[in-house]
Write a new protein. Structure first.
Length: 396
């Protein structure tokens, strides 16, 4: 078996067919296979590794060079996608071998974070990934929004095809990247696919001439559903402007569905709003995202609360050693230190990643098999890493 990187047309006969078998209806038609070539421009900056033997592709993995906000700092992030194995070569360790090499290479290139959407979370937990909250899917009727039509709001809304509005959409997601914990976006070579396909309307809220909210959507049929993608807003005014626009569709559609961040509370948007909020996880098709630190450099300089603790990292390929974490200056410092009297915790990579992303309390880590955290160490870690709700945003 050999491992090699594939690029350009080579993907058409190696990684693309495997991914199609893994994630689409099959067997695919000749027409569908011919469409693979259209995807090449959107993969040109990705790193794809395959394992092959005797001219047969056994497995493939891909990393998308992305960026992600970790507690206010934007860092390079490896988005793992397209993990697929030939049906006759499964459960033979090929993906494990490929993932190790892929993450080695991405880490060496400076990607200190990694995220993915797992086919089975327990599989990726063995690679140090920890679960992130899943965005909510919200469903309501335009009739419930009728009260908004009588409200005079400052600001305005814009409405256009995504192909025309793509620059404004991209700029708004860039701003969210700078401001939202956990937020990630695609590199330009991948992001422009939305513009080129031009399958959605773009609705924007603007206050003072600046975009403060946006959502892309499509309508399936008269009397049907308005299918919204991510509802991104900076403030309640922006959200209300977008909902007011939706209210004008009361005689056109029956229902509206949009995705909202994990910490959004749609049931509080309006009085008498009948709303269904759902975040469903299921294996293999609807898992919550996962993420991990690939390098301790991701922690250096992060905003931190008061705390001082020694951590011993165990069981990981990339995060190792004993380190003193110090947040007394307000910015996290890491010192190679194995002496002195400070509380000490033993953490797995997933345990430290859970704290960094803010998804678990230190006291939960021993219960999940992610470390040994004495009470005094838990107090210090709680100060260093206050709980946060990350929103990954990019779906890959």
């Amino acid at each position: 078996m050999t491992i090699r990187r594939v690029t350009d047309d080579d993907r058409l006969t190696t990684s693309f067919p495997l991914a199609a078998y893994a994630f689409e209806s099959s067997p695919i038609s000749a027409t569908r296979a011919a469409e693979f070539r259209d995807y090449l421009p959107y993969n040109q900056g990705n790193r794809t590794l395959i394992a092959e033997e005797g001219g047969t592709t056994l497995a493939a993995v891909t990393a998308i060079p992305m960026r992600q906000n970790l507690r206010g700092t934007v860092l390079p992030m490896a988005g793992v996608a397209g993990v697929a194995t030939h049906p006759l070569a499964r459960r033979q360790g090929h993906v494990r071998t490929l993932l190790h090499q892929l993450l080695d290479e991405m880490r060496d290139e400076g990607h200190s974070l990694s995220a993915l959407y797992p086919f089975r979370p327990s599989f990726y937990a063995r690679f140090g990934y920890v679960g992130l909250p899943k965005p909510r899917r919200v469903t309501f009727t335009p009739a419930n929004l009728g009260a908004l039509l009588r409200v005079d709001l400052p600001g305005e809304v814009g409405w256009e095809r995504i192909a025309a509005g793509y620059p404004a959409w991209r700029a708004f997601t860039e701003r969210n990247l700078q401001e939202r914990h956990g937020f990630s976006i695609f590199p330009e070579h991948r992001a422009v696919g939305m513009r080129d396909r031009d399958e959605f309307w773009l609705l924007t809220a603007r206050v003072g001439g600046e975009v403060t909210g946006a959502v892309t959507y499509r309508i399936d049929e008269h009397g049907g559903t308005l299918h919204g993608n991510e509802l991104l807003v900076n403030d309640p005014l922006s959200r209300t402007l977008l909902l007011q626009f939706f209210a004008r569709h009361v005689d056109q559609i029956e229902r509206i569905t949009v995705q909202v961040p994990p910490d959004e509370l749609p049931e509080l948007w309006l009085t008498d709003l009948d709303v269904h909020v759902e975040a469903r996880t299921a294996v293999p098709g609807s898992s919550a995202p996962m993420a991990r630190l690939l390098s301790l450099d991701a922690l250096r300089g992060l905003p931190a609360g008061p705390g001082r603790v020694r951590i011993e990292l165990t069981g990981d390929r990339w995060l190792t050693g004993t380190h003193l974490l110090d947040g007394t200056t307000g910015a996290l410092e890491l010192v190679d230190d194995s002496t002195g009297r400070v509380p000490t915790a033993t953490l797995t990579a997933a345990g430290l990643s859970a704290l960094a992303y803010g998804v678990l309390d230190p006291a939960e880590l021993p219960l999940r098999g992610l470390g040994e955290v004495p009470v005094d160490a838990a107090t210090e870690l709680r100060g260093l890493f206050p709980r946060r709700v990350p929103y990954l945003f990019a779906d890959f």
